[in-house]
Write a protein that binds this ligand. Structure first.
Ligand SMILES: NC(=O)c1ccc[n+]([C@@H]2O[C@H](COP(=O)([O-])OP(=O)(O)OC[C@H]3O[C@@H](n4cnc5c(N)ncnc54)[C@H](O)[C@@H]3O)[C@@H](O)[C@H]2O)c1
Length: 255
C-alpha cells in the first residue's frame, strides 16, 4: 500500500530533535523523501540515521542557521535540484525565549523575532517558487497556543506570543497568496509537548500538573501528536484545507 506522502519531497526545519525528529520519522515512513536541517549537528545526524535504519529516505544539512537567508536559500535550492522539486515545507524550528517587559532588551526582542518569525518567512520565501512550480503543494507552519491565548502559568511570553500570533497571521495571508499558485498554507498550534525544549518541566515539581489543570486530556503531549497533525495537513487528505490553524493542545484552549 502506498504511503500517505508517497513520492513527495518534504523539507522539515529543526529535525535535530523533538517534533522535527518525530515528523521526519513519520513523513519518511509514509513514503516522503525528507530533507531536514538544524543548528544541532549531532541531533540532526542522529535523526537521519534513525530514519534510514527504519528504511526511510532522508538527507539533512547541519549546522544550518535558519536565521540567515542566504543559507536557507542554498538549503532549499539544493534540495529542489537534487530531488527534482519540493512538495512540502514544514516550518517546525524555532527557539523561544521568555522574559518580562521590564527586563527585555531591544537586542533580545530582535533575537526572538529572528529565531521565531524571520526563519519562517525566510524558508517560505526561498521555497515558494519551487512549491509553485510543482503544485499542488503545502506549507505547514508551527505556531503555539500562546499565539491564541495568554498563558498565566508561563509568564514572560509576550515576545513569544507576538511571534506566534505573527505565524498564524502570516499563514492566513500566505494561504490567500498561495491559492493561485496551488500552495496550501496552514499552521499547527501545539499545546504542552515534551521535547528537548520543555524537558526541564519534568524536574520542576508541579510544572506539568499546573498545565494539566487547564487541559481536558490529562497527559502532556508527545512529539508524535504534532507530527500526525502535520502529516495530515501536508498530505493530499487536507486538499480542501488552507489558511487554517489546527490546535493540538489536549483541550487547553477550549473554554
Ligand atoms: N514543546 C512545546 O511545548 C511547544 C509548544 C508550542 C509550540 N511549540 C513549537 O513547536 C516547534 C518545535 O518545538 P520543539 O518543542 O520540538 O523544540 P526543540 O527545541 O526540541 O526543537 C526545535 C529544533 O529547532 C532547531 N532550531 C531552532 N532555531 C534554529 C535555527 N535558527 N536554525 C536551525 N535550527 C534551529 C533547534 O536546534 C531544535 O533542534 C517550535 O516552533 C516551537 O515554538 C512547542
Amino acid at each position: 500500500m502506498a504511503g500517505r506522502l508517497q513520492g513527495k519531497v518534504a523539507l522539515i526545519t529543526g529535525t535535530g530533535g523533538g517534533q522535527g525528529r518525530a515528523a521526519a520519522q513519520l513523513f519518511a515512513a509514509e513514503g516522503a523523501t525528507v530533507v531536514g536541517c538544524d543548528l544541532k549537528v549531532e541531533g540532526a545526524e542522529e535523526t537521519v540515521q534513525m530514519v534510514r535504519d527504519a528504511g526511510g529516505t532522508m538527507t539533512s544539512a547541519q549546522p544550518l542557521d535558519l536565521g540567515k537567508y542566504e543559507d536557507v536559500k542554498e538549503w532549499v535550492d539544493s534540495a529542489a535540484s537534487e530531488h527534482g522539486g519540493i512538495d512540502i515545507l514544514y516550518n517546525n524550528a524555532a527557539g523561544a525565549v521568555f522574559n518580562s517587559i521590564k527586563k527585555m532588551s531591544e537586542e533580545e526582542w530582535h533575537r526572538i523575532l529572528r529565531n521565531e518569525l524571520d526563519l519562517v518567512f525566510y524558508a517560505c520565501r526561498a521555497a515558494w517558487p519551487h512549491l509553485a512550480a510543482g503544485g499542488p503543494s503545502a506549507i505547514v507552519n508551527t505556531a503555539s497556543m500562546q499565539g491564541i491565548i495568554s498563558i498565566r502559568s508561563a509568564p514572560g511570553g509576550f515576545a513569544h506570543a507576538a511571534t506566534k500570533h505573527g505565524v498564524i497571521g502570516m499563514t492566513r495571508e500566505l494561504a490567500s497568496e498561495g491559492g493561485p499558485d496551488g500552495i496550501r498554507v496552514n499552521s499547527i498550534s501545539p499545546g504542552l509537548i515534551i521535547t528537548p525544549a520543555t524537558e526541564w518541566m519534568k524536574d520542576l515539581p508541579g510544572a506539568i500538573e499546573s498545565c494539566l489543570e487547564h487541559q481536558i486530556i490529562q497527559r502532556a503531549g508527545e512529539p508524535e501528536d504534532i507530527a500526525r497533525a502535520a502529516l495530515f495537513l501536508a498530505s493530499d487528505e487536507a486538499a480542501f484545507i488552507t489558511g487554517e490553524n489546527l490546535v493540538v493542545d489536549g483541550g487547553f484552549t477550549v473554554v
